[in-house]
Design a protein around this ligand. Structure first.
Ligand code: SAH
Ligand code: SF4
Length: 390
C-alpha cells in the first residue's frame, strides 16, 4: 500500500488526513509540530501521541525527505544541496548565513518553462512541477540539518526566498500549501515579511497570491521597455510591463511590506546603459493620474554561461546604474556574490552525478550538468535579497 508523505500537507491538510483516520483534529497540530518543529520522521518517537495513533500512522503515512545527491559548503558558510527528485531530475537549495539572519533559497520546479535568455534553468527547459512536499522538504531537511550541524537548538533559517529553480507562480497549487507550512506557528513560524516569492511576472497568479497568501514579492524585471523585456523574459509577450506594474500596485494593497523588490540582472551592453536607468525611473515614478510603484531595486551581477551569449556588466557600469537610480530616490542595492569557492566545485558535482548514472540515463545526466551551472554564482547572490526587517 502506498502511504501518504506528511510533508505534503499544510496544517489544514493534515487535519483532514487525521480526520480520515478517525482522529481528532487537534492531533494534527501535535503531529505537525513533531514533524516540522522537531524534525521527527519516526512516528515511534512521537511519545505524546497515543500508541494506537502511532500505529495507525505507521501503516498509512510517512515523513520522507528528498534524497541528497550532494552537499557543498563554502568557506563563507554558504551551503548548497542538490536533491534528487527522480527520473534524473535534481533541484537545488542554498543556505546563506548572515549576521542577523539565515536565508534558504528554495526551488519550485525541476526546470522552468519561462525560458529567460540569461537563465540556465530556462535554457534547460521544463521537466515538472515539484509537489508541496518536495518544496517543504528542502526547508525541513535544511533546517534540521543546520541545527545539528551548527549545534543550535533554536531556529536557524529565518528567511526563505523562492529563488531557486523554477517559476513559483507557474506551480501555484503546490506553492500555496508550502508557503502556509513555512508561515505556520506550529511549523516554521516564519514572518510573511521574511518569505519572498520571486516571479518573472505571472500577472493573474500575483493577484491570487495577494488574496490567498500575501508574502513579500520580488519581481524579475530585467528590462525597462517591452521590446527588450520580450526578448529577455519571453513571458513579457503575454504580460507586458504596464500590466505587470499594475499587478504590482494591486499586490501592494495586500503585501506585508510596503514595496516590491525589482530584480535586475546586469547584462553587458544589453540593459545596463544610462538610458535604461532613466527609463526605469520613468516607469516607477508617479505620472499624470497614474500612481508610482513603491519599490526597491536589486541589481544582480549576471552569472554567465556559454549558451546565453551574454556577459556580466563591468562593475563600474553597475555602480553608475545604481547611482542613477539612487539619485532619483529609488533604494538600490547591488548584490554581493556568496559562496564563490563552491561554484568552483560545480563541475565536480556534475561529475559525481555522472559517475553514478547509468548510460541509459544520459539525458538525465545532461540536465543535471546543466542545472549545476544554472544556479551560480549570481543567482545565489540573487538569493540574498533585501529581505531584512526594517
Ligand atoms: N522564476 C523566478 C524565480 C527563480 S529565478 C524568477 O524568475 O523570478 C531567481 C532570480 O535569479 C531571478 O531574479 C532571475 O532572474 C535570476 N537569474 C536567473 N539566471 C541568472 C543568471 N544567470 N545570473 C543572474 N541572475 C539570474
Ligand atoms: Fe524561469 Fe526564473 Fe529562470 Fe526565467 S529566470 S527561466 S522565470 S527560473
Amino acid at each position: 500500500m502506498t502511504t501518504a508523505n506528511l510533508l505534503e500537507f499544510d496544517l489544514e491538510g493534515l487535519a483532514a488526513f487525521c480526520e480520515k483516520l478517525g482522529e481528532k483534529k487537534f492531533r494534527a497540530t501535535q503531529l505537525f509540530r513533531w514533524i516540522h518543529q522537531r524534525g521527527a520522521s519516526d512516528f515511534a518517537q512521537m511519545t505524546d501521541l497515543a500508541k494506537s495513533l502511532r500505529e495507525k500512522l505507521a501503516g498509512t503515512a510517512r515523513v520522507e525527505a528528498l534524497p541528497v545527491l550532494s552537499r557543498h559548503e563554502s568557506a563563507d558558510g554558504t551551503i548548497k544541496w542538490l536533491f534528487d527528485v527522480g527520473d534524473g531530475n535534481a533541484v537545488e537549495a542554498v543556505f546563506i548565513p548572515e549576521d542577523d539572519r539565515g536565508t534558504l533559497c528554495v526551488s519550485s520546479q525541476a526546470g522552468c518553462a519561462v525560458g529567460c535568455r540569461f537563465c540556465s534553468t530556462g535554457h534547460q527547459g521544463f521537466s515538472r512541477n515539484l509537489t508541496a512536499g518536495e518544496i517543504v522538504a528542502q526547508l525541513w531537511f535544511a533546517e534540521h540539518f543546520l541545527r545539528k550541524h551548527l549545534k543550535r537548538d533554536e531556529r536557524v533559517i529565518s528567511n526563505v526566498v523562492m529563488m531557486g529553480m523554477g517559476e513559483p507562480l507557474q506551480n501555484y497549487s503546490a506553492l500555496v500549501p508550502a508557503l502556509r507550512t513555512m508561515l505556520d506557528d506550529n511549523a516554521y513560524g516564519l514572518s510573511r515579511r521574511r518569505v519572498t516569492v520571486s516571479t518573472s511576472g505571472v500577472v493573474p497568479m500575483m493577484d491570487r497570491l495577494g488574496t490567498d497568501c500575501p508574502v513579500a514579492l520580488a519581481v524579475s524585471l530585467h528590462a525597462p521597455n517591452d521590446a527588450l523585456r520580450d526578448d529577455l523574459v519571453p513571458l513579457n509577450r503575454k504580460y507586458p510591463i504596464a500590466e505587470l506594474l499594475d499587478a504590482c500596485r494591486r499586490y501592494l494593497a495586500h503585501a506585508p511590506r510596503d514595496f516590491i523588490t525589482f530584480e535586475y540582472c546586469m547584462l553587458d551592453g544589453v540593459n545596463d546603459q544610462p538610458e535604461h536607468a532613466q527609463q526605469l525611473i520613468e516607469l516607477v515614478r508617479p505620472r499624470g493620474g497614474q500612481g508610482g510603484v513603491s519599490c526597491k531595486f536589486n541589481l544582480i551581477p549576471f552569472n554567465p554561461f556559454p549558451a546565453s551569449g551574454l556577459l556580466r556588466s563591468p562593475q563600474p557600469r553597475v555602480l553608475a546604474f545604481a547611482k542613477a537610480l539612487s539619485e532619483a530616490g529609488i533604494v538600490t542595492t547591488v548584490r554581493k556574490t556568496r559562496g564563490d569557492d563552491i561554484d568552483a566545485a560545480c563541475g565536480q558535482l556534475a561529475g559525481d552525478v555522472k559517475d553514478r548514472t547509468r548510460a541509459a540515463e544520459r539525458m538525465a545526466q545532461r540536465r543535471l550538468t546543466e542545472h549545476t551551472v544554472a544556479m551560480h554564482p549570481a543567482r545565489r547572490a540573487a538569493a540574498a535579497p533585501d529581505v531584512q526587517e526594517h
